[in-house]
Design a protein around this ligand. Structure first.
Ligand code: GRF
Length: 198
């Protein structure tokens, strides 16, 4: 059994999509969710799915102290995979190394990012993409490395639209695609641990 943790800082719509997919998995289980924000919407999402959620606010702690607290809290769950779903903190090389998998030559930490990487790295990617008035945008699921949204790309999906489009409509189209793509990657983790992606 592969043990999965989902980290989120926001409303948790991707966490919800992953939890919805969980019932179809054969070899994996989302054991726990984790957030760094006391008021994050993902806390209610976890409750709705009857899942444990660990809340560890960053305040008062250095990054390394915060990450040590997270690793200690996760230890009982023997986590194999960490899925970042709107987790707004850059993880340290030490934390990433903790989940290193020799056969993958990657850490078993993945992230979903709302642009066609390498375009629009960092925060507010939907805003950045929208401002360029493209006719096509997209989303990316990638391995996490030491950089900001620089890890090896696992899967991307594109969406097209006609102008004029409001920002809300643009973002919702992307988010809906996120809710399809991330569960697909979860299924691949379940089936083959992403071995086919390397
Ligand atoms: C998503 O757009 C995701 O791609 C980005 O953060 C957002 C989180 O949204 N990393 P939600 O909390 O899952 O609704």
């Amino acid at each position: 059994m592969k043990n999965i943790a989902v980290f989120a800082s926001g409303q948790g719509s991707n966490a919800k999509a992953l939890l919805t997919k969980e019932k179809e998995l054969q070899n994996s289980r989302i054991q726990v969710l984790l957030t760094d924000r006391k008021k994050a919407g993902v806390i209610q999402v976890a409750r709705d799915f009857d899942k444990e959620i660990i809340v560890i606010p960053k305040a008062r702690f250095s990054r390394s102290e915060h990450e040590q607290l997270i690793l200690s809290a996760l230890a009982p769950y023997k986590i194999d995979w960490v899925l970042l779903a709107g987790y707004m903190r850059l993880l340290s090389p030490q934390f990433i190394q903790h989940f290193y998998d020799k056969s993958l030559r990657q850490s078993r930490i993945i992230n979903i990012h709302p642009s066609l990487l390498p375009l629009h790295k960092g925060i507010n990617a939907y805003e950045k993409a929208y401002q360029q008035e493209p006719h096509e945008s997209g989303i990316t699921v990638h391995f996490v490395d030491d950089g900001m949204d620089t890890g090896k790309i696992i899967k991307q999906a594109k969406f097209q639209f006609q102008h004029p489009v409001s920002f809300t409509e643009f973002k919702n189209t992307g988010l809906q695609l996120e809710h399809q793509l991330y569960p697909q990657v979860l299924q691949e983790i379940d089936q083959n641990g992403l071995q086919d992606e390397i």
